[in-house]
Design a protein around this ligand. Structure first.
Ligand code: NAD
Ligand code: MG
Length: 390
């Protein structure tokens, strides 16, 4: 039996992962499941899957979790330290699907245990790509991409020489507002932004899709994961979300990964890698599909894409700063403190203020430095949002 742990088990990726594991229960021993506020889901899944331990990220919910697990034999724990402790428990395969920079530390610890880390948490690569790769190398662990675009690139690169890659194109659906007139974006609400045309995902990544901050994070993730020159990485809007990414080689060949938008493909690929096993995803009928369309990813409409280029050019801890500023600005947008288009304004201003002081962005990429800069960027984002409100 393979020992598996899921960080962020109650979320969209976590639930899809449990769906796959649940179809072949005898093959897996579930070690730890983690969640946050949804205690009923966490406890219910931990009991149903016979997990050793269930952990909520929120210490204030420990009593609720204990009560929900009472008599089941599943251990209960809470808080960030308990998440790290869970990552210490030996597991063969660990899903990293917490949302946000909070996913970084548990994923790193799982790598230090030599696990295969299925990485949905793109923030880990954006905030600390070099640290993730060097930790995996030092401990003989592996990182498998779960973001659909990066899984697609990974699959297109199997058997290929990375030096023959001329370009990588990742696709974007364009999110909720891709067909809105530009002048209407100022009044877009969080409710409107949280509906996705194609993918069924968590609230935060869905809003990030509308603002293209999700694609911005993914451009950076592509650079970090595959160690590719940013000049070779492009994004293109593809409203049908059937092609997830394309890799172009120096002989002009372009390899595309095509499939319906269902995260169980990328999760299942990472779960079974290096084997390819049956997955319960829809098979495409190309004739029924008829056509696929593409549009430019306009940096005026989506300034996040321009900011991602700047972050890639700067390097160092710019990604950690960018991500934290985005997370805080997104909180501000969800709380209706700032408007939709101000998310990018806040992020750009945080980058500019933090970069103005030497010793922040150019500090060594260690977990401590990432978390310190993450904190600083959030403080700056709050300051800027206060200024915008006042
Ligand atoms: P989600 O909001 O549905 O779930 C997030 C999970 O993280 C939940 O289990 C929640 O309890 C947990 N969590 C939230 N805050 C936490 C904290 N501070 N500490 C610890 N745990 C916390 O999100 P999702 O859509 O499943 O996305 C998860 C990750 O996967 C994100 O990094 C996202 O960008 C990435 N991703 C998601 C999809 C998708 O289809 N949903 C696709 C590609 C990549
Ligand atoms: Mg993606």
């Amino acid at each position: 039996m393979r020992r598996v742990t899921i960080f962020g088990a109650t979320g969209s990726i976590g639930q899809n992962t449990l769906d796959l594991i649940g179809r072949d229960r005898d093959a897996y021993q579930v070690v730890a499941l983690t969640g946050d506020q949804n205690i009923a889901q966490l406890a219910g899944d931990a009991i149903a899957f016979g997990a050793e331990i269930a952990i909520t990220a929120d210490p204030a919910r420990l009593d609720d979790l204990r009560a929900a697990l009472d008599g089941s034999g599943v251990e209960a724990a809470a808080g960030p330290a308990a998440l790290i402790e869970a990552a210490n428990r030996p597991a063969d395969w660990v899903m990293s699907s917490i949302v946000g920079a909070a996913g970084l530390a548990p994923g790193l610890r799982a790598l230090e245990q030599g696990a295969s880390l299925a990485l949905a948490n793109k923030e880990s690569m954006v905030c600390a790509g070099p640290l993730m790769l060097s930790t995996a190398k030092a401990y003989g662990a592996s990182i498998l991409p779960v973001d659909s675009e990066h899984s697609a690139v990974f699959q297109a690169l199997i058997g290929e020489d990375i030096s023959a890659v001329e370009r990588v194109i990742i696709t974007a659906s364009g999110g909720a507002f891709r067909d809105w007139p530009l002048e209407d974006l100022a009044n877009a609400t969080p409710e409107q932004a949280a509906t996705h045309p194609n993918w069924d995902m968590g609230q935060r990544i869905t809003i990030d899709s509308a603002s293209m901050f999700n694609k911005a994070l993914e451009l950076i993730e592509t650079k970090e994961f595959f160690q590719i020159n940013p000049a070779k990485i492009e994004a293109v809007v593809h409203p049908e979300s059937m092609i997830h990414a394309l890799v172009g080689f120096r002989d002009g060949a372009l390899m595309a990964h095509v499939g319906p938008p269902d995260m169980r493909h990328a999760i299942g690929f990472a779960l079974h890698y290096p084997e390819r096993k049956f997955l319960p995803v829809e098979r495409l009928d190309l004739v029924k599909l008829g056509q696929l369309t593409f549009r430019p990813a306009d940096e005026t409409r989506w300034p996040a894409l321009r900011l991602a280029r700047e972050v890639m050019a700067t390097g160092g801890l710019a990604g950690a700063c960018f991500n934290a500023a985005k997370e805080r600005a997104l909180d501000g947008f969800i709380a209706k403190r700032i408007g939709f288009q101000q998310i990018a304004v806040v992020v750009e201003e945080v980058l500019s203020r933090v970069s103005a002081h030497p010793g922040h962005i150019d500090a060594a990429i260690t977990l401590d430095n990432v978390m310190q800069l993450d904190h600083l960027a959030r403080v700056r984002a709050d300051e800027i949002m206060n200024e915008l409100e006042g």
